[in-house]
Write a protein of this length. Structure first.
Length: 313
C-alpha cells in the first residue's frame, strides 16, 4: 500500500480524519500548506493526495493557503498524481460565483444572486434586488459575512458605519433572502461522490455554524429552565430527495469525491442550494446519536483508493 497525503491548513479539523486513518492502518502524511515551497523541477512522491483546503482559511490567519494549495495541486496533477478534490474542487471551494454557475448546469435551483466589487456598485446592485436580501462573501466559509437587510438604506448605513467586513477576494454577493419556516437548513454529505446522509441544521442563532465545532455539550441543556432544546445538528433518518441524484451528477462532472452540499427550503416547499463545501466536516454529537460516522467511512474510501493499482487511479 502506498501513502496518503492530506493537504490542509487546519490541524483541529484534520485530527478526526487522522485518527480514523490510524484506526484502519492507512499510512498517511500531513501536508499543512499555510506556507511552504513547491519544487516544480522535482517529481512529487508517489501516492494519493487528498485536498482538504478550506475557503475560510484566511479567518485562521492562513491568507494564502488556498493559493499555495492551487500551485501544489497543479504540480501534482501535471505529474499524473491522483488528487482527490483536485483543481476543480478547489476552484469551487473558494468561489460561490463558480459554485452557483456550476450548480445551475444541473438544473439545481440557487438563490438569485448578484456579485459586486466596490461599495457604490454594491448599493447599485441592491436597488435591483427584492427585499429582504443578504450580503455574503464570495470566498467565505462557516457563514462568515452573512448579514440580512430589509432595505437598501439599511445596507448603506451599515456600509457607512463599516459594519460589513469585506470579502477576502474583494467580491461581495447580494442574495435574495430565503426564509425557512422551521429556521433550519439541510446539509447532504457525500463520500466517494455518493450520498451518505443528510443533517438538519438549526440556524435560529445565526449562520456561523460548522459541523466540526458547533453543537457542544453546553448547548444541550439550559440551566435556567431545565429545558432541553433541539440539537443544532441532527441526522435525518431515511432522507430522500430528487436533488440527491442531481448533486451526485454535479459532483461527478466536477471531479469532487467528498463534499457537503447545503440547501434551504421555503414556505412553498421550494429548495434552494446555496453552498458547496469540498472541505467537509462531520458533527460528532449528531453522528453518535445516529450511529453513522463520516470520518470512518471517509477513511475506508481513502484506503480503497490506496489499494488500487497505479494504472487504475
Amino acid at each position: 500500500m502506498s501513502k496518503l497525503y492530506i493537504i490542509h491548513e487546519n490541524d483541529e479539523w484534520t485530527a478526526p480524519l487522522k485518527a480514523a486513518l490510524e484506526e484502519q492502518g492507512v499510512p498517511h502524511e500531513d501536508w499543512h500548506l499555510d506556507r511552504g515551497v513547491v519544487p516544480l523541477d522535482e517529481a512529487p512522491p508517489e501516492g494519493v493526495f487528498y485536498n482538504r483546503m478550506s475557503a475560510s482559511s484566511h479567518s485562521r490567519g492562513h491568507r494564502y493557503a488556498p493559493e499555495l494549495t492551487a500551485a501544489t495541486i497543479e504540480w501534482l496533477e501535471s505529474n499524473n498524481r491522483r488528487v482527490l478534490n483536485g483543481t476543480r474542487a478547489l476552484q469551487l471551494e473558494v468561489s460561490k460565483v463558480a459554485q452557483y454557475q456550476a450548480l445551475k448546469q444541473f438544473d439545481i435551483k440557487v438563490p438569485r444572486t448578484i456579485a459586486a466589487v466596490g461599495e457604490e456598485e454594491l448599493l447599485a446592485a441592491a436597488e435591483k434586488m427584492p427585499t429582504p436580501f443578504i450580503t455574503k462573501h464570495n470566498r467565505a466559509g462557516k457563514g462568515l459575512g452573512v448579514h440580512r437587510f430589509d432595505s437598501v438604506d439599511a445596507l448603506k448605513r451599515a456600509l457607512d458605519q463599516k459594519e460589513i467586513e469585506p470579502s477576502v477576494d474583494g467580491i461581495m454577493l447580494l442574495q435574495e433572502y430565503i426564509a425557512a419556516p422551521d429556521q433550519t437548513i439541510t446539509r447532504c454529505e457525500f463520500i466517494g461522490g455518493k450520498f451518505m446522509y443528510a443533517v438538519r441544521v438549526d440556524t435560529s442563532e445565526g449562520f456561523e455554524l460548522c459541523p466540526a465545532d458547533a453543537c457542544q455539550i453546553s448547548d444541550q441543556f439550559c440551566p435556567t429552565d431545565g429545558s432541553t432544546p433541539k440539537a443544532k445538528f441532527e441526522i435525518i433518518s431515511d432522507f430522500t430527495s430528487p436533488m440527491i441524484k442531481k448533486y451526485e451528477n454535479f459532483l461527478q462532472a466536477n471531479n469532487i469525491a467528498f463534499a457537503g452540499i447545503e440547501h434551504i427550503t421555503d414556505a412553498n416547499g421550494v429548495s434552494f442550494t446555496y453552498d458547496v463545501n469540498t472541505n467537509t466536516n462531520y458533527n460528532p454529537q449528531a453522528e453518535e446519536q445516529a450511529q453513522l460516522f463520516g470520518m470512518k467511512q471517509l477513511a475506508a474510501e481513502l484506503k480503497q483508493e490506496l489499494l488500487q493499482p497505479q494504472s487504475l487511479r
